[in-house]
Design a protein around this ligand. Structure first.
Ligand SMILES: Cc1cc2nc3c(=O)[nH]c(=O)nc-3n(C[C@H](O)[C@H](O)[C@H](O)COP(=O)(O)OP(=O)(O)OC[C@H]3O[C@@H](n4cnc5c(N)ncnc54)[C@H](O)[C@@H]3O)c2cc1C
Length: 478
């Protein structure tokens, strides 16, 4: 443990994913001395990037949700970028060409124009078309943030649309892109998912996630905030119901009036020490996690016949979206992404396709290296055996492949059990009940990269306004 006098700042942010970076920028904009601490050697969190064998890989980016044009000032993406002082044009967004949900009995196409989905429903499910139109109109009139609604979205949709297959098809992409609970989703999250995916839609920043993360890091620096990589937080320090700072993995103390944690709700509780042990044990850990593979191809994917931007498939008898329990993976349900199938993408010499399938953390946990590698390879093959039922088989054209599992997710982000969408019970920022401690990001119930940016900025704006800045300086000797 370090014996040096603790360093002081106004605000510490734990984690440099999108929520932590947005929060850091907003705090620094308020004149607060702000330090963002990230355990990993790269920033970006669940949506980071790396290089392997000379090739660039994005960790998670399939698509940015909440696409919006510059004129749509009130929508979440332009609004949060304005707050962060990043011009929308800087992201160089290309809209999706079109996506699809594929079940054995039927499929539905959708794009960033909800009318395509409406017309697909009218053609494939004429008896339910009027009810579906009424649902679209009703959802269009709602704000993104709604407090409460029907207990089960699945049951509610079934009652309104009267067709189980249609409900499954409509829900499948929404569950896959944001539900921390199996098979169903809470009404508030459903509304966010519907708006983010079906009403606003998918886009891709030119160059993938890296330029976006560089913009965020650059803005943090320009506002006077600091990002410290390879600096994990082992403990959140508090006295008498008030936060007083953090202790890092290296044992150094950093004093702060405000600590904002984007590490996750159960993960944050574990940093609060013995008083919170029971609370930490009872906080549920999300079970939804995936095996994802990124395959580089010897030619652009569209040349091989990949036409959709994103395809959500389900080949099981029932729509499948859940943890795989004792099995390491289940490829009957998954997502195929083609990053080239967005408008305005640069021509590539190598194509890229990504497959994502259902998984579970436990079976991977103790696998020896050889068995781990073999299971991972089997998971990738299983995914492609399913993909070839509705798209070309890219494997003969593979020039490089990298895959990650729930174990990788936990290792690089600290998310317990690799829970991509976090805790199943979403919490308010002040849920820990300690003055000065705020929870950010996924576990506030926000969706994906844009949601994390919005949530991080919002919580930081409110909590930053509640404290008075003081200079970043060593504490006086006691
Ligand atoms: C495979 C995959 C695909 C995805 N695809 C998309 C997509 O296409 N579009 C989309 O919008 N979203 C996607 N997501 C989801 C998106 O990545 C997350 O919603 C988003 O990153 C959440 O942001 P966050 O800041 O809340 O948390 P995180 O991104 O998890 O960031 C938290 C950060 O905190 C750090 N941290 C944790 N504990 C500590 C500690 N004790 N000390 C210091 N640092 C710590 C972690 O290392 C991490 O960097 C995907 C995720 C995955 C895994």
């Amino acid at each position: 443990m370090s014996s040096a006098a603790p360093e002081r700042c106004d605000a510490v942010v734990i984690g440099a994913g999108p929520a932590g970076l947005a929060a850091g920028i907003r705090l620094a904009q308020q004149g607060l001395s702000t330090v963002v601490l990230e355990r990993h050697y790269l920033w970006g969190g669940l949506n980071s990037f790396y290089k392997k064998g000379g090739r660039r890989y994005d960790v998670g980016l399939h698509a940015l949700t909440n696409h919006a044009d510059r004129g749509a000032r009130k929508l979440p993406l332009p609004r949060v970028l304005r707050q962060l002082r990043i011009p929308l044009e800087a992201l160089q967004l290309g809209e999706q060409l079109g996506s699809r949900t594929v079940f054995p009995e039927a499929s539905l196409r959708f794009s960033n124009d909800l009318d395509l989905l409406r017309s697909e429903v009218r053609a494939g499910f004429p008896a339910a078309a009027d009810a579906f139109d009424a649902l679209c109109d009703e959802l269009a009139a709602l704000p993104h943030a709604v407090e409460a609604g029907p207990q089960s979205v699945r049951a509610h949709l079934l009652e309104r649309l009267g067709d189980r297959l249609l409900v499954d098809l409509v829900l499948h992409p929404l569950l896959w892109y944001g539900s921390p609970t199996p098979s169903d989703v809470s009404w508030p999250l459903f509304v966010v998912l519907w708006k983010s995916i079906y009403e606003e839609g998918f886009a891709r920043p030119r160059g993938g996630v890296r330029p976006v993360l560089e913009l965020l890091n650059g803005r943090l620096r320009e506002e006077g905030g600091e990002l410290r990589l390879r600096t994990g937080v082992s403990e959140i320090l508090h006295d008498g119901g008030r936060v007083r700072g953090v202790r890092t993995d290296g044992g150094a103390e950093l004093e702060a009036q405000l600590v904002l944690s984007s590490a996750g709700w159960p993960e944050t509780l574990r940093m609060l020490g013995p008083e919170f042990t029971d609370h930490a044990r009872s906080a549920p850990i999300g079970e939804l996690t995936f095996v994802e593979a990124c395959m580089h191809l010897d030619r652009p994917a569209p040349e091989l016949g990949f036409q959709d931007t994103i395809t959500f498939w389900n080949h099981a008898d029932e729509a499948l979206y859940r943890s795989t329990g004792a099995e390491p993976y289940d490829a009957r349900s998954g997502v195929l992404c083609c990053p080239e199938n967005y408008a305005g993408q640069e021509p590539e010499t190598e194509g890229v396709v990504r497959t994502t399938i259902l998984s579970s953390a436990a079976p991977w946990r103790d696998l020896e290296p050889e068995a781990y590698a073999a299971t991972k390879a089997a998971a990738v093959d299983a995914a492609w055996e399913e993909v070839r039922r509705f798209a070309p088989d890219a494997r003969p054209h593979a020039v490089a492949l990298d895959a990650f599992t729930p174990r990788t997710i936990t290792r690089f982000t600290g998310r317990l059990d690799g829970a991509v969408y976090g805790c199943p019970q979403k919490v308010a920022p002040d849920a820990a009940g300690l003055t000065g401690l705020q929870i950010l990001g996924t576990d506030n119930g926000y969706l994906g990269i844009v949601g994390a940016l919005v949530g991080g900025a919002q919580v930081a704006t409110l909590s930053g306004a509640s404290i008075t800045p003081r200079a970043l300086e060593p504490a006086p000797e006691a």
